[in-house]
Design a protein around this ligand. Structure first.
Ligand SMILES: Cc1cc2nc3c(=O)[nH]c(=O)nc-3n(C[C@H](O)[C@H](O)[C@H](O)COP(=O)(O)OP(=O)(O)OC[C@H]3O[C@@H](n4cnc5c(N)ncnc54)[C@H](O)[C@@H]3O)c2cc1C
Length: 492
């Protein structure tokens, strides 16, 4: 690839979706540029210790990873494509904005690691098409004490285990809903942590309502059996219809209040008990990372699990003709599903740009994705946020930790000031306006406002909470140095 040539495809994200897209696109003759904020590929699912310092770790780079062989294959295909000049891999580079002008996509990037500055002339990456594969982040709900040190997002606990082989505590409770809790609890138990309980807010019997969805992904059933064996070996109790209602401690987590709940999440009186723990891993699923998508004005919708997702057609094309989306940006469905979506997006771009692509290859991926989607819908229906979860919250519970906004202030915004959706609440009492810009509290805030208004959040409302014109903090110098685009910005 020469320096002047405009790449056919830019891929943002080197997780399962982005890696698969970059490999397939390169193998179909496209010039690709792959941009990822991480220093190495793998995304969240295949997060692993820094390969430059493997000797310092107790175990090999893969510990507790499913489908590791698949990752090794994707990684070596990427290395081969980089070697032959078909892919330029920009690691440690965060995309903070995407613009479309003169039928090209322009990615504004900044260094995400260390203090190295990318030269101003190289900060904008231009390509003919874009695959957005930016993944997701943890969903949290505010409960009393969730801001104490030692109360962590389940994904954060998992990330520490996978990339640093560090267990975040010694006596843990894992709580929330969804199969990811099992993965985290198994990882902690294998790392020598005493897992006192997995508190699953729902009952797995909910799967019985949609048995056909459960059998769409037999691999997941095997994973479930594997986890069950680990729990038996380490004596980890799995408690269904059980939640953490409060976390207490002086300066850090010391005690965890657990209670049984009914199908709506109401505490069953008399079931409350306290356990001594120093770690609580909380997870209510994941929510797509959409600042770039929203900045581009892509159509979004509210998915079955109440998260905002990018709308993509049967070839992963978004509402913008130059932009495709793959992986969890289009809905939470797991890593295998993300790979299939990445492959389909790349094949669709290759076909659109005149490369030879067999229709059968497109159809095969589509069928795989449809099957995965049926499973994902079953998973979301089996593990919803219980409708009465807000009954665990007290007026003094912190909702937004950056701006220190409490549940009482959110309630006052709705009930006293007449705010009728999360947007209004944000403007009146500032939750989601601090450093994290609602990434941590946005989902919980929307759910809390719904609990007061009785009206589910709309896509427009969720978009306004997730909208960030500048995706990550950058310096004023970087704005001053912006290289003008080849034409006036045209969003269409
Ligand atoms: C913290 C966390 C831990 C998880 N752990 C597990 C697990 O152990 N097991 C499991 O089954 N599922 C896990 N998941 C769910 C997991 O995200 C998916 O199933 C899978 O990784 C999705 O693949 P993806 O390619 O869509 O996204 P991801 O794997 O999330 O990859 C997205 C990539 O995009 C990059 N990126 C995002 N935005 C930008 C940007 N603006 N500029 C540059 N790069 C960007 C990120 O650095 C990342 O590498 C986890 C999720 C989270 C949030």
């Amino acid at each position: 690839m020469t320096a002047e040539r405009i790449p056919d495809l830019a891929v943002i994200g080197a997780g399962p979706a982005g890696l698969s897209a970059a490999d397939i696109a390169a193998e179909h003759g496209l010039d690709v540029v792959l941009v990822d904020a991480g220093s190495q590929t793998g995304g969240q699912f295949w997060r692993h210790p820094d390969e430059r310092h493997l000797a310092q770790f107790r175990a090999p780079e893969s510990t507790g990873h499913h489908h590791w062989k698949r990752y090794v294959d994707l990684r070596s295909r990427l290395a081969a494509a980089v070697q032959r000049g078909a892919v330029r891999h920009l690691s440690g580079r965060h995309v903070w904005r995407v613009d479309v002008a003169a039928d090209l996509v322009h990615l504004r990037t900044t260094a995400s690691i260390g203090t190295d500055q990318v030269p101003a002339t190289e900060r904008t990456v231009t390509a003919r098409r874009l695959v957005l594969a930016t993944g997701a982040y943890d969903r949290q709900l505010p409960i009393p004490g969730w801001t104490l040190p030692g109360a962590m997002a389940a994904g954060g606990v998992q990330a520490l285990l996978k990339s640093n082989q560090v267990a975040a505590g010694r006596r843990a409770v894992v709580a929330g809903t969804g199969p990811f809790l099992m993965s985290v609890a198994a990882g902690l138990a294998e790392a020598g942590v005493e897992v006192l309980a997995i508190c699953e807010a729902n009952s797995y019997l909910r799967w019985a309502r949609t048995p056909l969805r459960a059998v769409q992904e037999p691999g997941k059933l095997f994973e479930g059996v594997e986890y069950a064996r680990t729990f038996l070996r380490h004596r980890v109790p799995l408690k269904m219809r059980t939640v953490v209602t409060a976390i207490r401690g002086t300066g850090r987590v010391q005690q965890v209040e657990i209670a049984a709940v009914d199908g709506r999440g109401r505490v069953r009186p008399g079931t409350e008990r306290t356990v001594e723990a120093d770690l609580v891993a909380l997870g209510w699923g994941f929510t797509p990372q959409l600042e770039l998508a929203i900045g581009l004005g892509l159509d979004t919708t509210v998915d079955v699990d109440d998260s905002l997702v990018v709308v993509a057609d049967d070839r992963q094309r978004t509402s913008h003709p130059l932009v495709y989306a793959a992986g969890e940006a289009t809905g939470i469905g797991g890593a295998v599903q993300s790979c299939a979506e990445g492959e389909l997006a790349a094949l669709a771009v290759a076909a659109e740009l005149g490369r030879t692509v067999e229709e059968a290859a497109l159809r095969r991926r589509r069928r795989r994705i449809d099957r995965g989607r049926r499973f994902a819908v079953g998973m979301h229906r089996a593990g919803p946020v219980p409708p009465e979860w807000s009954s665990w919250v007290t007026p003094t519970t912190t909702v937004c930790r950056c701006e220190e906004v409490t549940a009482g202030e959110v309630a006052a915004s709705v009930c006293d000031l007449g705010a009728d959706d999360a947007r209004d609440v944000r403007v009146t009492s500032r939750p989601g306006m601090g450093l994290c810009q609602g990434r941590v509290c946005g989902f919980g805030l929307a759910q809390l406002v719904t609990a007061h208004t009785g009206r589910p959040a709309t896509a427009a409302e969720l978009e306004s909470i997730a909208k960030r014109n500048i995706g990550v903090p950058i310096t004023l110098g970087e704005i001053a140095d912006l290289v003008p685009l080849t034409a006036e910005r045209a969003d269409s």
